[in-house]
Design a protein around this ligand. Structure first.
Ligand SMILES: NC(=O)c1ccc[n+]([C@@H]2O[C@H](COP(=O)([O-])OP(=O)(O)OC[C@H]3O[C@@H](n4cnc5c(N)ncnc54)[C@H](OP(=O)(O)O)[C@@H]3O)[C@@H](O)[C@H]2O)c1
Length: 266
Protein backbone atom coordinates (compact mmCIF):
# COMPACT_ATOMS: atom_id res chain seq x y z
CA UNK A 1 0.00 0.00 0.00
CA UNK A 2 1.43 3.38 -0.98
CA UNK A 3 1.34 6.37 1.37
CA UNK A 4 -0.25 9.73 0.53
CA UNK A 5 2.79 11.42 2.09
CA UNK A 6 4.71 13.31 -0.62
CA UNK A 7 2.26 12.48 -3.40
CA UNK A 8 1.13 15.00 -6.01
CA UNK A 9 -2.61 14.70 -6.60
CA UNK A 10 -4.85 16.54 -9.06
CA UNK A 11 -8.50 16.81 -7.97
CA UNK A 12 -10.92 18.35 -10.47
CA UNK A 13 -13.89 20.19 -8.97
CA UNK A 14 -12.07 20.63 -5.67
CA UNK A 15 -13.75 23.89 -4.69
CA UNK A 16 -16.65 22.26 -2.85
CA UNK A 17 -18.24 19.01 -1.70
CA UNK A 18 -16.52 15.69 -2.27
CA UNK A 19 -13.56 17.21 -4.15
CA UNK A 20 -12.83 19.69 -1.37
CA UNK A 21 -13.18 16.92 1.24
CA UNK A 22 -10.78 14.72 -0.74
CA UNK A 23 -8.22 17.52 -1.14
CA UNK A 24 -8.34 18.26 2.60
CA UNK A 25 -8.00 14.56 3.53
CA UNK A 26 -4.97 14.08 1.26
CA UNK A 27 -3.25 17.30 2.42
CA UNK A 28 -3.73 16.34 6.08
CA UNK A 29 -1.78 13.15 5.25
CA UNK A 30 1.15 14.92 3.57
CA UNK A 31 0.14 15.16 -0.09
CA UNK A 32 0.43 18.20 -2.35
CA UNK A 33 -2.88 18.76 -4.07
CA UNK A 34 -3.93 20.83 -7.07
CA UNK A 35 -7.64 21.65 -7.31
CA UNK A 36 -9.74 23.39 -9.94
CA UNK A 37 -13.18 24.85 -10.54
CA UNK A 38 -14.69 27.39 -12.90
CA UNK A 39 -15.66 29.97 -10.25
CA UNK A 40 -12.53 32.01 -9.46
CA UNK A 41 -13.76 33.24 -6.03
CA UNK A 42 -14.90 29.78 -4.93
CA UNK A 43 -11.70 27.97 -5.91
CA UNK A 44 -9.45 30.66 -4.45
CA UNK A 45 -11.36 30.52 -1.14
CA UNK A 46 -10.89 26.74 -1.05
CA UNK A 47 -7.18 27.16 -1.80
CA UNK A 48 -6.78 29.72 0.99
CA UNK A 49 -8.53 27.38 3.42
CA UNK A 50 -6.30 24.42 2.49
CA UNK A 51 -3.03 26.38 2.72
CA UNK A 52 0.39 26.05 1.07
CA UNK A 53 0.05 22.37 0.20
CA UNK A 54 -2.79 23.31 -2.13
CA UNK A 55 -2.66 25.03 -5.53
CA UNK A 56 -6.05 26.32 -6.61
CA UNK A 57 -6.58 26.96 -10.31
CA UNK A 58 -9.58 28.60 -11.94
CA UNK A 59 -10.07 26.16 -14.81
CA UNK A 60 -12.85 24.53 -16.79
CA UNK A 61 -12.14 20.86 -17.53
CA UNK A 62 -14.14 21.05 -20.77
CA UNK A 63 -11.47 23.37 -22.26
CA UNK A 64 -8.30 21.80 -23.68
CA UNK A 65 -6.12 24.80 -22.75
CA UNK A 66 -7.37 24.68 -19.15
CA UNK A 67 -6.65 20.95 -18.90
CA UNK A 68 -3.08 21.59 -20.08
CA UNK A 69 -2.71 24.38 -17.50
CA UNK A 70 -3.98 22.07 -14.78
CA UNK A 71 -1.50 19.31 -15.54
CA UNK A 72 1.39 21.79 -15.71
CA UNK A 73 0.35 23.36 -12.40
CA UNK A 74 0.06 19.98 -10.66
CA UNK A 75 3.53 18.93 -11.84
CA UNK A 76 5.05 22.27 -10.93
CA UNK A 77 3.39 22.24 -7.50
CA UNK A 78 3.97 18.58 -6.59
CA UNK A 79 7.09 17.80 -8.69
CA UNK A 80 5.30 14.88 -10.41
CA UNK A 81 1.80 13.44 -10.79
CA UNK A 82 0.78 10.44 -8.68
CA UNK A 83 -2.99 10.55 -9.00
CA UNK A 84 -5.79 12.13 -10.99
CA UNK A 85 -9.22 12.34 -9.36
CA UNK A 86 -11.84 13.00 -12.05
CA UNK A 87 -14.37 14.46 -9.62
CA UNK A 88 -15.76 17.57 -11.38
CA UNK A 89 -19.37 16.88 -12.23
CA UNK A 90 -22.73 18.47 -12.86
CA UNK A 91 -26.35 17.42 -12.39
CA UNK A 92 -28.90 17.56 -15.19
CA UNK A 93 -32.37 16.11 -14.67
CA UNK A 94 -35.51 16.17 -16.78
CA UNK A 95 -38.29 14.02 -18.14
CA UNK A 96 -37.17 12.13 -21.27
CA UNK A 97 -39.87 13.96 -23.25
CA UNK A 98 -38.44 17.34 -22.30
CA UNK A 99 -34.66 17.04 -22.55
CA UNK A 100 -32.69 19.93 -23.96
CA UNK A 101 -30.02 18.67 -26.36
CA UNK A 102 -27.50 21.39 -25.51
CA UNK A 103 -27.86 20.76 -21.76
CA UNK A 104 -27.43 17.04 -22.39
CA UNK A 105 -24.27 17.63 -24.41
CA UNK A 106 -22.91 19.94 -21.70
CA UNK A 107 -23.41 17.43 -18.90
CA UNK A 108 -21.77 14.69 -20.96
CA UNK A 109 -18.92 17.05 -21.79
CA UNK A 110 -18.07 17.75 -18.14
CA UNK A 111 -18.93 14.41 -16.56
CA UNK A 112 -17.55 12.09 -19.25
CA UNK A 113 -15.66 13.62 -22.17
CA UNK A 114 -13.51 16.08 -20.22
CA UNK A 115 -12.58 13.37 -17.71
CA UNK A 116 -11.53 11.07 -20.56
CA UNK A 117 -9.48 13.79 -22.26
CA UNK A 118 -7.77 14.80 -19.02
CA UNK A 119 -6.96 11.16 -18.26
CA UNK A 120 -5.32 10.81 -21.67
CA UNK A 121 -3.33 14.01 -21.12
CA UNK A 122 -2.14 12.86 -17.68
CA UNK A 123 -1.29 9.29 -18.71
CA UNK A 124 2.43 9.81 -19.57
CA UNK A 125 3.01 11.61 -16.23
CA UNK A 126 1.05 9.00 -14.26
CA UNK A 127 3.04 6.20 -15.94
CA UNK A 128 6.29 7.61 -14.48
CA UNK A 129 4.89 7.12 -10.98
CA UNK A 130 2.81 3.94 -11.50
CA UNK A 131 -0.02 6.28 -10.58
CA UNK A 132 -3.76 6.10 -10.18
CA UNK A 133 -6.90 7.49 -11.80
CA UNK A 134 -10.17 7.62 -9.90
CA UNK A 135 -13.46 8.28 -11.68
CA UNK A 136 -16.60 9.22 -9.76
CA UNK A 137 -19.72 7.24 -10.64
CA UNK A 138 -22.93 7.34 -8.65
CA UNK A 139 -25.60 5.48 -6.75
CA UNK A 140 -27.83 6.69 -9.60
CA UNK A 141 -26.66 3.61 -11.55
CA UNK A 142 -27.69 1.28 -8.72
CA UNK A 143 -31.10 2.77 -7.89
CA UNK A 144 -33.44 4.29 -10.45
CA UNK A 145 -34.53 7.88 -9.81
CA UNK A 146 -37.20 8.77 -12.41
CA UNK A 147 -36.32 12.02 -14.17
CA UNK A 148 -32.58 11.66 -13.63
CA UNK A 149 -31.74 9.82 -16.86
CA UNK A 150 -29.20 12.43 -18.15
CA UNK A 151 -27.11 12.32 -14.97
CA UNK A 152 -27.41 8.54 -14.56
CA UNK A 153 -26.32 8.03 -18.18
CA UNK A 154 -23.12 10.06 -17.63
CA UNK A 155 -22.30 8.05 -14.52
CA UNK A 156 -22.98 4.72 -16.25
CA UNK A 157 -20.53 5.89 -18.92
CA UNK A 158 -17.66 6.57 -16.51
CA UNK A 159 -18.29 3.29 -14.72
CA UNK A 160 -18.08 1.47 -18.07
CA UNK A 161 -14.98 3.22 -19.27
CA UNK A 162 -13.21 2.56 -15.96
CA UNK A 163 -12.94 -1.13 -16.79
CA UNK A 164 -11.68 -0.53 -20.33
CA UNK A 165 -9.06 2.00 -19.18
CA UNK A 166 -7.96 -0.30 -16.35
CA UNK A 167 -7.23 -2.93 -19.01
CA UNK A 168 -5.68 -0.40 -21.40
CA UNK A 169 -3.38 1.33 -18.90
CA UNK A 170 -2.42 -1.71 -16.81
CA UNK A 171 0.61 -2.28 -19.04
CA UNK A 172 1.91 1.12 -17.86
CA UNK A 173 1.11 0.10 -14.26
CA UNK A 174 -1.53 2.83 -13.97
CA UNK A 175 -4.50 1.77 -11.82
CA UNK A 176 -7.95 2.98 -12.86
CA UNK A 177 -10.89 2.66 -10.48
CA UNK A 178 -14.31 4.16 -9.84
CA UNK A 179 -16.07 5.25 -6.66
CA UNK A 180 -19.85 5.25 -6.49
CA UNK A 181 -20.89 7.67 -3.75
CA UNK A 182 -24.36 7.56 -2.24
CA UNK A 183 -26.22 10.55 -0.81
CA UNK A 184 -23.82 13.24 0.38
CA UNK A 185 -24.83 16.84 1.10
CA UNK A 186 -22.85 19.04 -1.32
CA UNK A 187 -23.62 21.84 -3.80
CA UNK A 188 -24.45 19.75 -6.86
CA UNK A 189 -28.24 20.21 -6.93
CA UNK A 190 -28.08 23.83 -5.83
CA UNK A 191 -25.54 24.72 -8.58
CA UNK A 192 -27.92 23.19 -11.10
CA UNK A 193 -30.61 25.58 -9.85
CA UNK A 194 -32.80 22.67 -8.71
CA UNK A 195 -33.16 23.62 -5.03
CA UNK A 196 -31.72 25.71 -2.21
CA UNK A 197 -29.39 24.40 0.53
CA UNK A 198 -32.17 23.78 3.01
CA UNK A 199 -34.36 21.84 0.56
CA UNK A 200 -31.36 19.83 -0.67
CA UNK A 201 -30.43 18.81 2.87
CA UNK A 202 -34.03 17.95 3.78
CA UNK A 203 -34.40 15.87 0.62
CA UNK A 204 -31.24 13.88 1.34
CA UNK A 205 -32.03 13.40 5.00
CA UNK A 206 -35.48 12.22 3.95
CA UNK A 207 -33.70 9.27 2.34
CA UNK A 208 -32.01 8.19 5.59
CA UNK A 209 -34.31 5.19 6.08
CA UNK A 210 -33.38 3.84 2.64
CA UNK A 211 -29.80 3.37 3.90
CA UNK A 212 -28.85 0.14 5.68
CA UNK A 213 -26.84 2.34 8.05
CA UNK A 214 -29.70 4.81 8.56
CA UNK A 215 -28.04 8.05 7.46
CA UNK A 216 -26.52 9.97 4.54
CA UNK A 217 -22.72 10.24 4.18
CA UNK A 218 -20.12 12.99 4.39
CA UNK A 219 -17.44 14.16 1.94
CA UNK A 220 -14.80 12.88 4.39
CA UNK A 221 -16.25 9.37 4.23
CA UNK A 222 -15.95 9.46 0.44
CA UNK A 223 -12.42 10.85 0.76
CA UNK A 224 -11.35 7.83 2.82
CA UNK A 225 -12.27 5.59 -0.10
CA UNK A 226 -10.58 7.93 -2.61
CA UNK A 227 -7.38 7.63 -0.57
CA UNK A 228 -7.67 3.84 -0.58
CA UNK A 229 -7.97 3.79 -4.38
CA UNK A 230 -5.04 6.19 -4.78
CA UNK A 231 -2.82 4.00 -2.60
CA UNK A 232 -3.92 0.37 -3.12
CA UNK A 233 -1.31 -1.18 -5.41
CA UNK A 234 -3.19 -4.29 -6.60
CA UNK A 235 -6.61 -2.78 -7.22
CA UNK A 236 -7.67 -1.81 -10.72
CA UNK A 237 -10.93 -1.81 -12.67
CA UNK A 238 -12.84 -1.81 -9.37
CA UNK A 239 -16.20 -0.16 -8.76
CA UNK A 240 -16.62 0.62 -5.07
CA UNK A 241 -20.00 1.63 -3.63
CA UNK A 242 -19.59 4.02 -0.67
CA UNK A 243 -23.18 4.67 0.19
CA UNK A 244 -24.17 3.49 3.67
CA UNK A 245 -26.11 0.68 1.99
CA UNK A 246 -28.41 2.91 -0.11
CA UNK A 247 -27.59 0.93 -3.25
CA UNK A 248 -28.78 -2.31 -1.68
CA UNK A 249 -32.32 -1.19 -2.56
CA UNK A 250 -33.61 -2.42 0.77
CA UNK A 251 -37.14 -3.63 0.20
CA UNK A 252 -39.52 -4.44 3.03
CA UNK A 253 -41.34 -7.74 2.55
CA UNK A 254 -45.02 -6.95 3.26
CA UNK A 255 -45.89 -10.61 3.99
CA UNK A 256 -43.15 -10.98 6.60
CA UNK A 257 -43.90 -7.58 8.17
CA UNK A 258 -47.58 -8.53 8.41
CA UNK A 259 -46.93 -11.85 10.13
CA UNK A 260 -44.44 -10.10 12.51
CA UNK A 261 -47.06 -7.48 13.42
CA UNK A 262 -49.75 -10.06 14.06
CA UNK A 263 -47.42 -12.21 16.25
CA UNK A 264 -46.54 -9.06 18.25
CA UNK A 265 -50.25 -8.49 18.90
CA UNK A 266 -50.88 -12.03 20.11
N1 LIG B 1 -23.21 14.58 -3.64
C1 LIG B 1 -23.64 13.37 -3.95
O1 LIG B 1 -24.57 12.85 -3.29
C2 LIG B 1 -22.98 12.59 -5.05
C3 LIG B 1 -23.35 11.26 -5.23
C4 LIG B 1 -22.76 10.53 -6.24
C5 LIG B 1 -21.80 11.11 -7.04
N2 LIG B 1 -21.45 12.42 -6.88
C6 LIG B 1 -20.42 12.98 -7.76
O2 LIG B 1 -19.39 13.54 -6.95
C7 LIG B 1 -18.67 14.50 -7.73
C8 LIG B 1 -18.52 15.77 -6.90
O3 LIG B 1 -19.79 16.38 -6.74
P1 LIG B 1 -20.29 17.03 -5.38
O4 LIG B 1 -21.50 16.28 -4.97
O5 LIG B 1 -19.16 17.19 -4.44
O6 LIG B 1 -20.85 18.43 -5.93
P2 LIG B 1 -20.29 19.93 -5.83
O7 LIG B 1 -20.14 20.36 -4.41
O8 LIG B 1 -21.21 20.73 -6.68
O9 LIG B 1 -18.84 19.83 -6.47
C9 LIG B 1 -18.61 19.70 -7.86
C10 LIG B 1 -17.54 20.69 -8.25
O10 LIG B 1 -17.22 20.50 -9.65
C11 LIG B 1 -16.89 21.78 -10.18
N3 LIG B 1 -17.12 21.74 -11.62
C12 LIG B 1 -18.28 21.53 -12.28
N4 LIG B 1 -18.09 21.61 -13.60
C13 LIG B 1 -16.78 21.89 -13.80
C14 LIG B 1 -15.99 22.12 -14.94
N5 LIG B 1 -16.48 22.06 -16.18
N6 LIG B 1 -14.66 22.38 -14.77
C15 LIG B 1 -14.12 22.44 -13.52
N7 LIG B 1 -14.84 22.23 -12.39
C16 LIG B 1 -16.16 21.97 -12.54
C17 LIG B 1 -17.83 22.77 -9.45
O11 LIG B 1 -17.25 24.07 -9.35
P3 LIG B 1 -17.55 25.23 -10.43
O12 LIG B 1 -19.04 25.30 -10.60
O13 LIG B 1 -16.96 26.45 -9.81
O14 LIG B 1 -16.84 24.84 -11.68
C18 LIG B 1 -17.97 22.14 -8.07
O15 LIG B 1 -17.11 22.75 -7.12
C19 LIG B 1 -19.48 14.69 -9.01
O16 LIG B 1 -18.88 13.97 -10.05
C20 LIG B 1 -20.84 14.12 -8.66
O17 LIG B 1 -21.51 13.69 -9.80
C21 LIG B 1 -22.03 13.17 -5.88
Amino acid sequence: MKSLEGMSILVTGGGSGIGLGTARYCIERGAKVTICGRREDKIQAAGAELGDACRAVAADVTLAADRQKLLETAIHHGGQLDALINNAGNMYRGAITELDETALQEVFHTNVIAAMMLTGLCTPSLAHKEGAVVFVGSIHTRRAFPGASPYAATKAAVQGLTRVLAAELGEQRIRVNCLLPGAVFTEINQRAGLMDDETALQRLEGMSDLHALGRIGTPEEIAEAMAYLICAEWVTGAMIDIDGGLGLGITADPAINKSKESSEHE
